[in-house]
Ligand binder design. Structure first.
Ligand code: SAH
Ligand code: F3S
Length: 461
C-alpha cells in the first residue's frame, strides 16, 4: 500500500534558471532521483514535486524563480501532497528568508547539498504516506567537505554527443560585484583521476565533446596538486583528457585572466582536441574600473594574453563577459571599455547590466548608474558584437569547417552543429550522422549562424 502511494507521488519536474553549472547540478539531482525510483518529467503539470534550481548572479533570475514558486502553489489545491523546493545558488544566497517570502515552500537546499535531495524527498513523502501531518519544511544549507565530488553522474540521454563535466566548485576571488563566492563557497577541486574516469564513461556512451566546468578553472587544484614540468594542475588535466579515445573535442569555462599562463597558451598549440575557442571574462577594458571591481589584472595584461593566443593559433575565437554600468563607471571609462572591446573584435560575448547584489562590496559603492544609461551602454556593446560576429562568420563563407553533428534543429527539417570555434551551423543531415565530425562547406552566414552543405565523401551517411 505504502509503495503504491509512493509510486503515484514520485514525479519530479526540475526547472533550471542559470548557467551551465546550474544545468549540470540539475542533471546530477535528476540522475540521483532516478536511481531512487523517481521519474523526471518535462512539465510541472505532470509533477508531484517541482524543484527550482536558480542562479543568483543577477536579480532577474531570482525574481523569475520567486514569481514561479508563488504561481506553483496553485497545484497544491489539486494535489495536497504537491511539494515545492528551491535549490542551488538562490537557496544558498537567501536561505530561510525564502520561507518568509514563499510560505508554501517545502524545501530549500544549498549548493553543497544537492546530493541530499533524494533523502529529503523520501522523508517528506514517507511521512505524508503515513497519513501523518504534512511534513515541516526542510532547510539544508551547510558546508560539506567533499561535496565537489558529488556532481559526477549523467542522465545518459540516448544519442547525447556533448557533455558538461564539473571539475571544481567555488571561487576564492572577491570581485566586488559577485555573489558567487557566497553561493558556491571556497574553491574545491575534484581529483584528476575521478574526472578522467567520468570522461572515459561518457566517451564509452558516445559523447564526443566535453566542456569542463568551474567558476575559475585556471585555479583548478592549485593548492592540492603540484605543478609538473611547469604545467599547472589544470593543464595536466587537459593533457589527460586529450588522451581519452572517443573524445574528439575539449572546451572549458571559465578561466580567469590572472591564472592564464604560458602553459595554457601552449596547450592550445599542443593539444589537438582543445578547440580554438576561449571564453575569457574581461569585465571592463578600463584599469580604473577593473581596480574598483577588484579584478587583479590590467587591460594591458589581458591584451597580452589575447595576443599570445593569437600568435599561437591565428584562427583563435574569443568570447568574454563584460559588465556595463558598474558603480562609478563614467562615460569616459565606458568608452575605454568599448574601444578595447571593439579592438579585440570578440566573436562572442555575454554583456551584463550591473545588478546590485546584497552583501557584495559594490552594493554600497557611490555613483550607481541609472538603468537607462546601463541599457544604452549595453546596446553599444551589442552593436559592436554584432558587427564582429557577422564579419567573422562572413569570413567563413567559401571555406570548409569541421562540425560536430548534434541533432535536429529546433525548427524545420535541418540539423544543427557547431564548428570548433563554436559557430552555430545549420545544414541538411540525417539521424545516422548525429555524433559524427563532418566537414561543412559554408555558403551563407548571418551574425549568429553559418549555413552550408556537409562534405560527405568518405563519411558513412
Ligand atoms: N567566474 C565565473 C563567473 C560567474 S558569474 C564564470 O565565468 O563562470 C558570470 C558572469 O556574470 C560574470 O563573469 C560577470 O560578467 C557577470 N556578473 C557577475 N555578477 C554580476 C552582477 N552583480 N551584475 C551583472 N553581472 C554580473
Ligand atoms: Fe565571481 Fe570573480 Fe569568482 S566573477 S566567480 S568572484 S572570479
Amino acid at each position: 500500500m505504502a509503495f503504491e502511494l509512493f509510486s503515484t507521488m514520485n514525479r519530479v519536474y526540475i526547472k533550471t534558471y542559470g548557467c551551465q553549472m546550474n544545468e549540470r547540478d540539475s542533471e546530477q539531482v535528476a540522475s540521483s532521483l532516478r536511481d531512487r525510483g523517481y521519474s523526471i518529467v518535462d512539465t510541472e503539470y505532470d509533477a508531484d514535486v517541482v524543484l527550482l534550481n536558480t542562479c543568483s548572479v543577477r536579480d532577474q533570475a531570482e525574481q523569475k524563480a520567486i514569481g514561479k514558486a508563488g504561481y506553483l502553489k496553485k497545484h497544491k489545491k489539486d494535489n495536497p501532497n504537491f511539494l515545492i523546493g528551491v535549490m542551488g545558488c538562490m537557496a544558498q544566497n537567501r536561505g530561510a528568508e525564502l520561507f518568509d517570502r514563499l510560505p508554501d515552500l517545502d524545501l530549500v537546499v544549498g549548493t553543497q547539498k544537492f546530493h541530499r535531495v533524494p533523502d529529503h524527498l523520501d522523508n517528506m513523502i514517507q511521512s505524508m504516506n503515513g497519513q501523518g501531518p504534512r511534513p515541516s519544511s526542510v532547510l539544508d544549507l551547510g558546508e560539506e567537505a567533499g561535496s565537489q565530488n558529488t556532481i559526477r553522474d549523467h542522465i545518459g540521454k540516448k544519442g547525447q554527443v556533448q557533455a558538461f563535466v564539473s571539475i571544481m566548485q567555488g571561487c576564492n576571488m572577491n570581485c566586488a560585484f559577485c555573489i558567487v563566492p557566497k553561493t558556491r563557497g571556497r574553491e574545491r577541486a575534484r581529483p584528476i583521476q575521478e574526472i578522467v574516469d567520468e570522461v572515459i564513461g561518457l566517451a564509452e556512451s558516445g559523447v564526443k565533446e566535453i566542456t569542463l566546468l568551474g567558476q575559475i578553472v585556471t585555479s583548478y587544484g592549485r593548492r592540492d596538486f603540484p605543478v609538473v614540468n611547469g604545467k599547472s594542475p589544470f593543464v595536466q588535466l587537459l593533457e589527460k583528457i586529450e588522451e581519452i579515445p572517443g573524445i574528439e573535442r575539449i572546451r572549458f569555462t571559465s578561466p580567469h585572466p590572472r591564472g592564464f599562463k604560458q602553459d595554457l597558451v601552449e596547450a592550445y598549440r599542443d593539444l589537438s582536441k582543445l578547440c580554438e575557442y576561449v571564453h575569457l571574462p574581461l569585465q571592463a577594458g578600463c584599469n580604473k574600473t577593473l581596480r574598483a571591481m577588484n579584478r587583479p589584472y590590467t587591460k594591458e595584461r589581458y591584451r597580452e594574453i589575447v595576443d599570445s593566443l593569437r600568435a599561437m593559433v591565428p584562427s583563435m575565437y574569443f568570447s568574454t563577459d563584460i559588465i556595463v554600468g558598474f558603480p562609478g563607471e563614467t562615460e569616459a571609462d565606458f568608452n575605454e571599455t568599448a574601444a578595447m572591446f571593439d579592438d579585440i573584435a570578440f566573436d562572442m560575448a555575454y554583456i551584463f547590466k550591473y545588478s546590485i547584489r546584497t552583501g557584495t562590496p559594490a552594493e554600497t559603492m557611490p555613483d550607481q548608474i541609472p538603468q537607462e544609461e546601463k541599457e544604452r551602454r549595453n546596446q553599444v556593446l551589442l552593436d559592436l558584437l554584432h558587427k564582429h560576429s557577422l564579419a567573422r562568420n562572413e569570413g567563413l563563407v567559401g571555406t570548409t569547417e569541421q562540425v560536430l553533428v548534434e541533432g535536429p534543429a529546433k525548427k524545420g527539417d535541418k540539423y544543427v552543429g557547431h564548428t570548433r570555434g563554436w559557430r552555430n551551423a545549420i545544414f541538411d543531415a540525417n539521424e545516422r550522422l548525429v555524433g559524427q565530425l563532418v566537414d561543412l562547406k559554408i555558403d551563407r552566414a548571418t551574425a549568429s549562424t553559418v549555413y552550408g552543405d556537409l562534405v560527405l565523401a568518405g563519411v558513412e551517411a
